[in-house]
Design a protein around this ligand. Structure first.
Ligand code: PEP
Ligand code: MN
Length: 339
């Protein structure tokens, strides 16, 4: 971290600042130029409040030269992390497709969709039991019963399952869930992140609706600092000024994340666009950008879905999409897990 001191400053103010910084456990390298004085902070600056420094009268500017995340940082872990979910690998040159309905609606529905998406090439089944809805009057998910039905679909099809946790109070219900999903709205629910990090299970961490890549990686850091190493990041679109789509898919985040972190990154084109007919082209774009996988909402009867019907594709459309993904994968040097 570098602190640039204003030209006009009192020596006493500077001495106080140096004393304060040293008390945080870091060393200082001072360089006095004719126009400005620059303090170079050496050591672990992750606990230093950058905004507090910026607010000081004598401080002109503060710059971080090292990212505030460590466990998730590729600099300290150059090799890709491979997250193994019952033998299905996320990361490196592996490509996985997660598919299923937005919400579990009935035993018949979840098993039907699970069998269809499995036959078409999905390796992990998704389905929401606890649903984070904007309105309290909308369908909230089948909750405990939804989890039971999802586990039944796991048993019937052999597919591992991913489903969203919304409260620390529900943790015990998730013991047989293979991947715990932390949704966009909870990306910065830090208490939840800490508890999920203690479970020793893979976590699918979705990007917050209006969060930067750095904030997202700091949330991964919360989970990792509790001992969990298996995090899959999921870009699901961010809020912009564009009203034609539900969100805007930030494709640039994919190659960028691959530089910044060793964690696998997948894309959810369903929530990113909110429009079923855009799911196909956005999925292919995500493959082209180097994503390690996709998470796609597939429903047996989208017009009658209890949640997110407008963005859900039908099993036949999913099957077509997987065929086109297979055409693209060799170009990006990835292989789809077919087991
Ligand atoms: C979901 O995947 O069901 C979901 C609610 O997604 P997000 O958190 O990205 O909105
Ligand atoms: Mn949904």
């Amino acid at each position: 971290m570098i602190i640039v001191i204003k030209k006009e400053h009192e020596q006493k103010q500077l001495d106080n600042l140096v004393k304060w910084v040293k008390a945080q456990g870091v060393e200082i390298d001072t360089s006095i130029g004719s126009n400005s004085t620059v303090l170079g902070l050496i050591g672990d600056t992750s606990k230093i409040d950058i905004d507090l420094l910026r607010s000081l009268d004598i401080v002109e500017d503060v710059k971080r030269i090292q990212e505030p995340y460590k466990c998730a940082n590729r600099k300290f872990h150059p090799d890709d992390t491979i997250v193994d979910v019952s033998g299905h690998k996320f990361g490196g040159n592996h490509f996985q497709i997660i598919a299923g309905p937005c919400s579990v609606e009935s035993e018949k529905q979840i098993i039907y969709v699970a069998e269809k998406v499995k036959a078409a090439g999905a390796t992990v089944l998704r389905g929401g039991a606890f649903k984070p809805r904007t309105s309290p009057y909308s369908f909230q998910g089948l909750r405990e019963n939804g989890l039971k039905l999802l586990l039944k679909a796991k048993e019937e099809t052999g597919m591992p399952i991913v489903t969203e946790i919304m409260s620390v109070r529900h943790i015990d219900l998730f013991k047989d869930v293979d991947i715990i999903q932390v949704g966009a709205r909870d990306m910065q629910n830090f208490e939840l992140l800490k508890e999920v990090g203690k479970l020793n299970k893979p976590v699918l961490l979705k990007r917050g609706l209006a969060n930067t890549v750095e904030e997202w990686l700091m949330s991964a850091e919360y989970i990792m600092s509790e001992g969990c190493k298996d995090i899959i990041l999921c870009e699901r679109g961010i809020r912009t000024f564009e009203p034609y789509t539900r969100n805007t898919l930030d494709l640039s985040a994919i190659p960028l994340l691959k530089e910044l972190t060793h964690l696998p990154v997948i894309v959810d084109p369903s929530h990113a666009s909110g429009i079923a007919r855009l799911v196909h082209p956005l999925s292919l774009a995500a493959v082209g950008a180097g994503a390690h996988g996709l998470m796609i909402e597939v429903h047996n009867d989208p017009p009658h879905a209890l949640c997110d019907g407008a963005q859900s594709i039908r099993p036949e459309q999913f099957e077509d999409l997987v065929k086109n993904i297979d055409v693209m994968l060799p170009i990006v040097g990835k292989e789809r897990d077919k087991s």
